[in-house]
Design a protein around this ligand. Sequence first.
Ligand code: ATP
Length: 228
Amino acid sequence: MRGLRKRYGRATAVDGVSFQVRAGEIIGLLGPNGAGKTTTISMILGVLEPTEGALSAPPPERMNFAAAHAPLPGNLTVAENLRVFSLIFGVPRPEARVRELMRRFDLERFASVKAGLLSSGEQTRLGLAKALLNEPRLLLLDEPTASLDPATARDIRAEIMAYAARGEAGVLWTSHNMSEMEEVCGRVLFLSRGRVLLEGDPRALPAERGCANLEELFVAVAREPLTP
Ligand code: ATP
């Protein structure tokens, strides 16, 4: 994407953001509340029209996303949700794919439960299973582990890292959990007030800036006044 901007009246939510996600890569999109992370993801998905700028390459043939703020239809059961989405995506051999994802995301015992009745962590797992149904080439994850317990979060991180490690898909991942970003991302982009302030390897960046870790760097950068 190149020079992506989104304005709401006089307010600018995303202010000229450019970056590229390559296959096999997990990129972390960091930044304080309101920095423009979700707006950026929504423009990549085509849910929001940019005010300026565009995706400089055609979007990959298959994209998908998971976000806690976009739950799946609550009146459909877990199995129904996955079946419906696999039909929408034109997944080959949908029954086998749904079974495999229910197993991988520990959803089998909820197959006949309405999605709206699941706990928030269970709904998150369902959202991630749905996001992998069509084996997307670009996977957009908006705080995918925010409501998960530590053990489940670890399993989910491993699933997504293994998916990226196959080398066929790129992942764009937003999170407020800095140790998670250090663990999973090859590169992080630090957004503040709609602009990319810092970019680099999350394991090297803190030391380059005289900080002990990514969390310390986040706090330091978030407190700095924005310089053009
Ligand atoms: P968080 O970490 O809190 O999820 P975020 O980085 O995802 O934040 P966005 O949701 O992208 O932030 O919001 C960026 C800015 O755009 C915020 O200041 C928000 O208030 C503003 N914004 C988002 N949608 C609209 C809208 N429809 N009209 C006006 N302002 C909006």
